[in-house]
Design a protein. Structure first.
Length: 458
């Protein structure tokens, strides 16, 4: 796997770097952004994905995951300011989630990789969340894995007391470096710490001063209000690991409810990038890709032969089903959904028009009774449909126009039953989709001509 390592030297402008000059350098790739120098690494080619690490802030947290994704994406990892190879700025004694998000936004902008999919773990999760809120233009979608939202917990003091005791024990045993080891063993497990690359482990331990004197105790108060979270329209996943502490589940559930999404479980601990990197990649890869590239699964060995626009379909689905099909609408207060001008108009906090495209499949098996079908989107289209609902409605309207509407009180009669009963729908509206499905019991006494019948069924 080839790893691209570059150094960018450029003047700052409003905290962002414009038109950076790239200089290859194998030792220390860094970039001056937001009044600090940020070390970063690039892998692969394709749509960009940024990984934001949690406590100890080292790019090496995601080495294995980045290598796995580099076959499809341009993957960016970096040392957060004041951690590892990103030097501590002069006079820098405090930080904030907003400052961390500004760094990430400036990095993506300087590298011309925005918008990017963003993955944040732990402290990096709340940084990614703030990036969504304050810099939505640089984020195409976000994956938030166990973001540290202590302030939303029912008993935040209890959690902070437990963490505090772990850190105090580490400080007593050997100062900040030993406290980092105690903390990571507590959060991620002994096996994960022991398996880390020795160089990464050494860098992480050396970040104790930044972790305990600058970051910890500051990030824990972060809490966006409900209205701000409801206003996020960028597609977002909230992940929680199966082996993590219960308070991570509690925080994830709180956040997911306000974003209007479901919590997705992943195997492993608080750091699945270490103990379950392959499983984590399988979870996030489809989401990080362009939604239009998502692969469909067909049991009929069908191939894509064309496209059918769901914007043609005039029925108004429920808002819950709509947000399931269009996750970037999750959390938006949908007031009305109706057909308009051949599309779906969705009225929310502001007028929004969504054009969704699904694919039409053609089965190449000659024995298949269903030669074509459309990709299924629940409540927006129907199984084995040969035409969209709008097309069906258009044919019905044409048939009615050519045949004329029935006179008042006129009803076609079905002769198959023991006693004649009137047709419940009447006229062309009850015609089926296929000629072979026309019931033999249909009475020839209806006023439809064969020409009209042929028009409606063709």
């Amino acid at each position: 796997m080839r790893r691209l390592v570059i150094k960018v030297m450029a003047a700052e402008a409003m905290g962002l770097v414009e038109n950076p000059r790239l200089v290859k350098e194998a030792a220390m790739p860094s970039i001056a952004v937001n009044r600090t120098d940020i070390y970063y690494e690039l892998r692969g080619a394709g749509p960009s994905v940024l990984f934001i690490s949690g406590a100890t802030g080292d790019a090496g947290h995601f080495d294995r995951v980045a290598d796995l994704l580099a076959d499809e994406f341009t993957v960016v990892t970096y040392d957060r300011r004041g951690n590892s190879r990103s030097p501590r700025p002069s006079g820098w004694e405090t930080t904030s989630v907003a400052e961390q998000a500004d760094d990430a936004a400036a990095l993506l902008t300087a590298l011309a990789l925005a918008p990017a999919a963003v993955f944040g773990n732990s402290y990096g999760g709340i940084t990614a969340l703030d990036l969504l809120i304050r810099h939505p233009g640089v984020v195409s979608r976000a994956v938030l894995h166990e973001p540290i939202l202590v302030s939303v917990l029912e008993n935040p003091g209890e959690v902070q007391a437990v963490v505090g005791s772990v850190v105090e024990a580490g400080m007593a045993a050997g100062g900040p470096q030993q406290a980092v080891e105690h903390f990571i063993r507590f959060a991620a497990g002994d096996d994960n710490w022991d398996r880390l690359d020795p160089d990464l482990r050494h860098r992480m331990a050396s970040n104790g001063e930044t972790l305990f004197n600058v970051e910890m105790g500051t990030f824990e108060s972060y809490r966006p209000d409900d209205a701000t979270l409801a206003g996020i329209t960028t597609p977002t996943q909230v992940l929680v690991s199966q082996e993590s502490a219960d308070f991570f589940d509690e925080a994830a559930a709180w956040l997911a409810a306000r974003l209007g999404v479901e919590v997705v479980q992943t195997p492993g601990t608080h750091t699945p990038q270490w103990d379950q990197p392959e499983e984590l990649v399988r979870t996030i890869r489809p989401f990080c890709a362009d939604p239009r590239s998502c692969r469909s699964q067909s049991q009929n060995r069908c191939e894509t032969k064309g496209e059918l626009s769901v914007a043609e379909i005039p029925q108004a689905p429920s808002s819950s089903r709509l947000t399931a099909a269009l996750p970037h609408l999750a959390g938006v207060a949908i007031e009305d959904i109706r057909a308009e001008g051949g599309g779906l108009r969705i009225s929310a906090s502001r007028p929004t028009t969504i054009d969704l495209t699904v694919r039409r499949f053609r089965c190449e098996l000659l024995s298949c009774p269903r030669r074509t079908c459309v990709e299924q989107v629940d409540s927006l289209n129907f199984r084995h449909g040969r035409r969209s609902q709008l097309q069906q409605d258009m044919l019905t309207a044409i048939g009615r126009f050519l045949a004329g509407r029935p006179a008042p009180g006129w009803q076609p009669w079905c002769t198959a039953a023991s006693a004649p009963t009137p047709c419940s729908t009447g006229c062309v509206g009850c015609l089926p989709s296929r000629r072979s499905e026309v019931p033999a019991c249909w009475s020839s006494t209806t006023s439809l001509s064969s020409a009209v019948m042929s028009t409606a069924l063709s």
